[in-house]
Write a protein that binds this ligand. Structure first.
Ligand code: KIV
Length: 281
């Protein structure tokens, strides 16, 4: 597979920061987020124009071969965050680096601050945590201490054992109301981004509309979120085993890794991905 650039789409784009993220939200420009776990893929994602690179704990499944994200350690997240940040330094370093807080690393606000500091010192610009109302004090604790936060609601893979599997969330009226309430609580605590995973498209559209200072980024959540995220291996079509129904293989129509990432960026910006009808849960 080639990684040769087909066009330097991102060459004129300034480096992202929290201010430019909020500007994109205010102006309604779709935000692109993609996972990467090493220096090379991070640099290619930068070239392709990706705005946020998530160093996701999905690395436990796609890089380490586990069947869930639970075994991923803070040390592994630190290592991969450093690799990604180093790859961007050699490039122009335009994307924001979002470090995923692994399972068991944020049970209390104090523990969350210690864990988040490790990822920030490794090169993250923002950290992501999975959970609703119970996390609001932690989000406030981190933001007050200079750490931008991205929430993660809907299907939260670290809770796969309590959720009983990788299932769509927010289907009943009360579950939908809880997701809306949790989203507002996280925003009010200071979260500036929020991943919505496997949430019905109508509900994620309503949450996106209700939030004013927090950008929703959907995965299997329809087209009406402020941005879209995919797992790198899914969008390159190299995931072994079960591929999520909402994922799209951008390699088949692109022929190179850079081309696939550029096609993803283009499809998100023009609202051609995702197609709601294909993800009507
Ligand atoms: O770890 C990850 O890659 C994630 C995405 C699925 C949003 O959390």
């Amino acid at each position: 597979m080639s990684v040769q650039p087909s066009a330097p789409t991102a060459s004129l784009r300034p480096a992202m920061n929290m201010h430019s993220l909020m500007k994109m939200l205010a102006e309604g420009e779709k935000i692109t987020m993609l996972t990467a776990y090493d220096a090379t893929f991070a640099a290619v994602a930068d070239l392709a124009g990706i705005e946020i690179i998530l160093v996701g704990d999905s690395l436990g499944m796609v890089c380490q071969g586990h069947n869930s994200t639970l075994p991923v350690t803070l040390e592994a997240m630190r290592y991969h965050t450093e690799c990604v940040a180093r790859g961007l330094q050699k490039q122009n370093g335009r994307p924001l680096v979002l470090g995923d807080m692994p399972f068991g690393s944020y049970a209390t606000p104090e523990q969350a601050f210690r864990s988040a500091s490790v990822l920030m010192q490794a090169g993250a610009h923002m950290v992501k945590l999975e959970g609703g109302a119970w996390l609001a004090p932690t989000v406030e604790f981190l933001v007050t201490r200079g750490i931008p936060v991205c929430g993660h609601l809907g299907l939260t893979p670290q809770s796969v054992n309590t959720l009983g599997g990788y299932r769509v969330q927010g289907r009943t009226e009360s579950a939908a109301q809880q997701l809306m309430n949790d989203s507002l609580l996280l925003q009010n605590a200071g979260a500036q981004a929020l991943v919505l995973e496997m949430v019905p498209a109508v509900l994620s559209g309503e949450i996106t509309h209700a939030l004013k200072t927090c950008a929703t980024v959907g995965i299997g959540a329809g087209v009406d979120t402020a941005g879209q995220i995919l797992v790198l291996h899914d969008m390159l079509g190299v995931t072994q085993g079960k591929v999520p129904k909402f994922a799209h293989n951008f390699m088949t129509e692109s022929g190179s890794i850079l081309g696939a990432m550029q096609a993803f960026v283009q499809a998100v910006k023009t609202k051609k991905f995702p197609i709601n009808e294909l993800h009507a849960w």
